[in-house]
Structures are given as C-alpha cells and as structure tokens.
Design a protein around this ligand. Structure first.
Ligand SMILES: NC(=O)c1ccc[n+]([C@@H]2O[C@H](COP(=O)([O-])OP(=O)(O)OC[C@H]3O[C@@H](n4cnc5c(N)ncnc54)[C@H](OP(=O)(O)O)[C@@H]3O)[C@@H](O)[C@H]2O)c1
Length: 323
C-alpha cells in the first residue's frame, strides 16, 4: 500500500510504499478515505512527548474514517470512524491506504455524514463534547467561554455548547481568520486574544455579559489567567492543552471566594465506551449539519508537505488527507 511513513522522529513522514497491515484476531482492516493531521500526531512524531520516542519506521495518524475491507465483527463496506495508538505505542496509524484496527476502536458512522467532515471533527470534537458534558457538567442556560475558539477543539466546543443549550457562547481567538471560524461555528460574540491580562479579563467579563460558568481552554497561559478572573461563582475552567503557555496564575482568594474549579481533561482518560458514544453523538450532529470544523482536504500523496505545514503552525483549517 501507499502511506506516509516516518523514519526519523522530528522529521516529516514521506509518502512511500509500506507493507499492507495485517489485522489481529479481533481486528478490522479499514480502507482509509480520510484522516486528519492533528497536534497529537505532530507531538508523538517529535519523539519528545511523554509517550516516549516512537519505534520507527511507523505510519502516523491517531484516527481516521474509512470503509471496512475485512472484519470478523463489522460487515464489509461499513463506513466507520476509527482510532489508533500510532506514535503512543508500537504500530501503524491512519495516514495510509489501509489500517488494521482493534475491533473496539472501530465505530460505524451514521448515514449522511461526509467522510472528510467526520475526520476533521474526530477526537477534537470528542474532547470538546466531553469537556463540556462529562468534565464541566454544563447546564442549559449557562454562559460558556471558548479560548482558542478558531481551532478544531474550539470550533467544536462552540458548536457543542450551542447544541447543549448554553445561554451565551463567547469565543476568544488570535487572528481575524480564527475569529471568523468561531463566528461561523455559532459564537454569540468573539473577543480578540490581545492585550495584557487585565485588559483581556475586562474584555472577557464584558463579552460574557457579567456571567461566566464554563471555560473550555485548549491554550492555558495568559488567556486562562484572564478567564479565571472572569469566572462567576461555582465557575469551572476545563483545560485541554497548553499552546499559549504551560503555566497560568490564579489567586487563592479568587478561586476559593467564588468556589471555582480548575479541571484537567484528556481523551486518554475516557473509556472506549465513552469515546465511542461521543463519536456516535458527534457523527449524528454532523450528519444533521449541526456540527462542523473548517478543514482542507489534500491528497495523501502530499503528506510530507502537508505535515511540514502543520508542524510550522498550519493555516488554521484542519488538514485532512485523502488516499
Ligand atoms: N486534552 C485532550 O484530550 C485534547 C484533545 C484534542 C486536542 N487537545 C489539545 O488542544 C489544543 C488544540 O487542539 P486543536 O485540535 O484545536 O488544534 P488546532 O486546530 O491546530 O488549533 C490550535 C489552537 O491553538 C491556538 N493557539 C496556538 N498557539 C497559541 C498561542 N500561543 N496563544 C493562544 N492560542 C494559541 C490557536 O489559536 P488561533 O486559532 O487563535 O490561532 C488554535 O485555536 C492542542 O494543544 C491539542 O494538543 C487536547
């Protein structure tokens, strides 16, 4: 088969030929139709992540969408979303024509969702959905702030907050293009992520209408410091990532006086059942046109160039590779 193959951590994978994967006894062979390049793929491939240096050569790609080619559990031709441990454990991932996947990591898709739309949402949308529901316990009518609202997690969180009945949804983003993506995802207001922490906290408090119950935070750093200052009594900040900084500063007086909760979130803490249920929910909303992430489809043959572009910061839209 053809695949994107990484031979040296820190470099881009090359589009080349690779032996066809052979599924294990309780495994499914999937013909891949769409697979995104996500921050976790890039992180694992650096060899410096907390998963350790990956064994090479390997095919990156922690998730994808495709059609069942051979399986003891799913009918041939079933359209599925799937997860892999590529880069986190030995084995190959989704940036290939074929992928062998353990049966519990395969989820049949609802009718009506496009492969590339589902690939762009994938685990980013799972994280957004579960951060809002399972971790933050969002209640209808509550006000939500999404930091990094123009990213894949951010757009998913804006859309999910709407679907879950939030009373007001505010996004905060850096570039004008990111602000536009957050608006398109359904934000009531979009705040530029600029200025010092005092200015940003004041802007967030104003945009959220003086009430802020839940913050979805894939960036941490100064934006999280400002967001915590804007949180209301019993407010919750759920942190998913640290692209703006690995540290944020919260005053003890503020956190305890308002009974604020700062919560961590990782998809890796979900059970397979939780993750698969979230994928089904996301798929149904996507099929109905209620949830989407801006993306750009590129041929798998352009994997090396697409990967290098993402590693250099990307264009903002999720890149989805199509074999
Ligand atoms: N915990 C989990 O389970 C989980 C799951 C999925 C993703 N994540 C993490 O969540 C983060 C976002 O993932 P994604 O898929 O949404 O990635 P993405 O689509 O590439 O978006 C990256 C986001 O990070 C923002 N950003 C990058 N550098 C920044 C900085 N210096 N200051 C402020 N914002 C910055 C971008 O803001 P602009 O759009 O304004 O440029 C954008 O919103 C990543 O760190 C990823 O590893 C965690």
């Amino acid at each position: 088969m053809h695949a994107a193959v990484l031979t040296e951590p820190g470099l881009s994978p090359a589009y080349t030929t690779h032996p066809d994967p052979v599924p294990a006894a309780e495994g499914t062979l999937v013909r891949v139709t769409a697979a995104p390049i996500v921050p976790l793929d890039l992180l694992c491939a650096t060899g410096t992540s907390y998963f350790g240096r990956p064994a090479v050569p390997y095919v990156p790609g922690v998730q994808g969408v495709g059609v069942v080619e051979r399986s003891g559990r799913f009918a041939e031709g079933t359209r599925v979303w799937f997860a892999t441990a590529a880069g986190m454990a030995p084995g190959n991932g989704s940036l290939a024509e074929l992928c062998a996947v353990p049966d519990p990591d395969v989820v049949p898709l609802p009718v009506g969702v496009e492969d590339h739309d589902m690939a762009a949402l994938g685990l980013s949308a799972v994280a957004a959905w579960m951060a809002l529901t399972w971790r933050a316990g969002l209640q209808p009518g509550e006000h939500v702030l999404v930091l990094g609202g123009g990213g894949a997690v951010g757009q998913s969180a804006v859309g999910a907050a709407r679907l879950l009945g939030a009373g007001r949804v505010v996004a905060a983003c850096r570039s004008a293009a990111a602000q536009e993506r957050a608006r398109a995802a359904g934000a009531d207001a979009v705040v530029p992520l600029t200025g010092n922490v005092d200015e940003l906290a004041a802007r967030l408090a104003e945009a959220t209408g003086g009430r802020l119950d839940v913050v979805v935070d894939p960036v941490f750093g100064v934006p999280a410091t400002a967001a915590v200052r804007a949180l209301s009594e019993q407010g919750r900040l759920v942190n998913l990532g640290g692209s703006a900084g690995d540290a944020a500063e919260f005053s003890s007086a503020l956190v305890r006086s308002r009974s604020i909760a700062v919560l961590g979130y990782t998809n890796n803490a979900l059970t397979q059942a939780q993750r698969n249920e979230a994928i089904r929910t996301v798929g149904e909303h996507a099929a109905a046109g209620r949830l989407s992430v801006a993306h750009r489809v590129r041929p798998l043959a352009e994997a090396a160039d697409a990967w290098a572009g993402e590693a250099a910061g990307g264009t903002g839209a999720r890149v989805v590779l199509a074999p």
